[in-house]
Design a protein around this ligand. Sequence first.
Ligand code: DP6
Length: 314
Amino acid sequence: MTTVLAHPNIALSKYWGKRPGEGNVPAVPSLSVTLSGVSTTTHVELRDDLREDRFVLDGEAQAGEPLARVVRLLDRVRAARGHTKFASVESRNDFPTASGLASSASGFAALALAAVRAFDLDWPAERVADLARQSSASAARSLFGGFVELEGENARPVAPAEHLPMKVLVCVTTEQKKAVSSTDGMKRSAESSPYFEAWVAKAPEMHARVKRALLARDFEALGAAAEASALAMHATAMAAGLVYFNGVTIEATRSVRALRDKGTPAFFTIDAGPHVKVLVRPEDAALAATWMRAVPGVLRVIEAGIGEGARVTS
Ligand code: DP6
C-alpha cells in the first residue's frame, strides 16, 4: 500500500483553454501557489484478487466518469510498467467539496504519485506531473510546493514558499456544487466566446506580469496582476454565457477593494465557481479574515498558507 498526501493549488495566472487535439495540454501558461492546511490523502494498493480497479472517494465507492478518469490514469501507468494488476484506490479530502478548492488538482496529484510508486516506477517529479496533467492540468502544479508554473506540458517550481510569504483566504459563498466543470467551461469558452482568441493571445503577457512580480517579491504588483488574470479569464467565460459568480461573489470582491482602499494590500482571485480567494500578507491575514467574514453571504473563511508538493507518507 502506498499513501500520498497532496494539497490543492490556487492559480495566480489562470489556465483556461486547451490546445487543440488530444492530451489535455493547456493553451496558456499558468502560475499557482500550492496551499497548506488543506489536503487530499490517497492510498493505492495493487491487489491480485481484483478483476477491475476500484475507487472510493470520501468513503463512497465511485462509478461512471469519476471511476473512468481514475482508471485512465492507472492504465497509463500499467502501460508504462508493462503490468496488468488492478488497483484499489481510496482517497479522502479534508476540505469540503463545495469549498471551491479544486479537489481534482490535489486528487490527481496524489493519485499520480501514489500509482507511480505503487507500480514501483522511479519517475522524477516532472514525469509524475506530466501524468497528472493528462487527467487534470492544474493537478500537475500540485506535485510541487511553493510557487509553480505550468507551460504547455511542463510543470516546474518557480520559487519556494519563503520567497514571498502570503496567505490565501478562501471565502465560501455557497454550499452548492458548481454548475459547469472547468473542463466543460473551457470547451464552451473555446467554442463560443468571442474573446477566447484574445484571451489565448494575451494570457502569456498576463502570466509574465505575475511571474515578474513574484520574482521581484513585489506582493502588491503580484496581487494586481493576479486579479487582472482572473478577471480576463472570467470575461472570456462570461462572453460564452458562463457566469460563475453569484451575488456574494461580487460583494466579496467589492469588500476586498474596500479593504485595499483603507490601506491593507488585499487582492482577489476567482476560479470556475462562485467562491472568492483573497491574497494577503501573513501579518494582514487575521484582519482580512475578520473583514471577509463580515460580508453578508460569506458562509465561512478557510485560512490557507503556502504548502509543499505531493509526497509519499507511507
Ligand atoms: C479556473 O485543471 O480543473 O482553476 O484540465 O480540464 O481538468 P482540466 O481543468 P482544471 O482547470 C482549472 C481551471 C482554473 C484555473 C487554474 O487552476 O489555473
